[in-house]
Design a protein around this ligand. Sequence first.
Ligand SMILES: C[S@@+](CC[C@H](N)C(=O)[O-])C[C@H]1O[C@@H](n2cnc3c(N)ncnc32)[C@H](O)[C@@H]1O
Ligand code: SF4
Ligand code: SF4
Ligand code: SF4
Length: 367
Amino acid sequence: MRCIDTVSKGDYVSKIGSFIRDFLAKTAVLLPNSFLNFVANSNLIIATFRVLHISKLCKVRSIGIHITNKCDLNCIYCYSERNGCKGLSNEKIHSLISEVRDNGIRKIAFLGGEPLLNPDIFSFINECYDKGITSYLYTNGVHIDEDVIAKLLNFKDKLVLVFNFDHPKTYAKHKLNDFYDQVYENIKRCKKKRFKIVLFVALTKLNFPFFEDILLIGKKLGVKVKVERYVPLNDAKVNNGLELSAEEWCFAQETYKKIYPRRYITNLIYKKVMKSNCVCYNEALFVMFNGDVLPCPYTTSDFRIGDVNHSPLKQIIKKYDVLKVEWNKIPKGCKGCEKADYCRGGCKTSRFLDHNSLEKKQDCCCK
Ligand SMILES: C[S@@+](CC[C@H](N)C(=O)[O-])C[C@H]1O[C@@H](n2cnc3c(N)ncnc32)[C@H](O)[C@@H]1O
Ligand code: SF4
Ligand code: SF4
Ligand code: SF4
């Protein structure tokens, strides 16, 4: 049951921002693509949205928490470390949820490992629901059976299920198990129960040939598809087999635009308003399983902002707001590029992994 809490100043700020964003998102659904294109290309409208945008008022908007390092799959591209580290206790995760709420943040992503292998996941989602926080449950989709669906049903209006998804032909190769049919059926079950669903695709050389098919499967299921280009791991051999070339990545973006034109334009508007290609290093924070806080879950400990076991979240957020100004500077190599204002040199994690600094732009960029 939802409880009525006392509302802090941060809550009001966050509520006004949420109202504006929800209003814009709902209105966008009614508008034709040609008008959205006009909006995306109008500097005046983008500038007005920027003034209204919540990041000016409430800086960090979402927190990802790695609540386990256990997983029963073995995706070869996975960044998640399966080491024996003790990790966050469930008590610590509950107290973090309260801190998130106290800092006026309204979104928590549960990550891992496989979050459903932490038996306390339902109590975390319940607590978020009671505190008015929307949970994003990232899952490999294998465990979302009827029992789990029944447990999640009560929280449906403040829960988004983010399924790690792939093409049937690459499932066996990536995950060393052929789970496609099971995951597909589970997605259909959740869809039937009207859960909000997003499919998350890690795009590699292996599934690149089937990318259009993957998007079409998503479209047929009537769900959103989010794509993350494979982010390199600390293993050159694995990277060689998985990393996309610049041409492949640009082609993938064109394919996305063809299949989901509306989503492509609204994403572009969002990027221009935020002055950023993605939420990382800008308005999202990630608590890793050992307690370290990073601006992107794929990045290295060079970007460590703090440790939730030793510092309050408020203090970590303060530090983040200072550091992100430096991280978001546009590299010299992007001078004159028409996308520079929001692309700002491309993915910061990949740039750092490639050049050990943020001074150079992304090698694989689509001008
Ligand atoms: C680490 S998993 C954790 C949650 C859950 N086990 C799952 O598979 O969704 C979260 C997401 O990160 C993505 N991912 C993992 N490693 C990646 C990498 N190196 N590059 C891009 N995406 C990656 C996965 O595809 C997955 O959708
Ligand atoms: S299911 Fe998720 S956590 Fe497990 S190996 Fe795959 S990407 Fe990593
Ligand atoms: S990385 Fe490429 S596309 Fe992005 S701003 Fe720089 S030059 Fe432009
Ligand atoms: S910074 Fe790069 S790796 Fe991190 S989420 Fe953004 S695009 Fe992905």
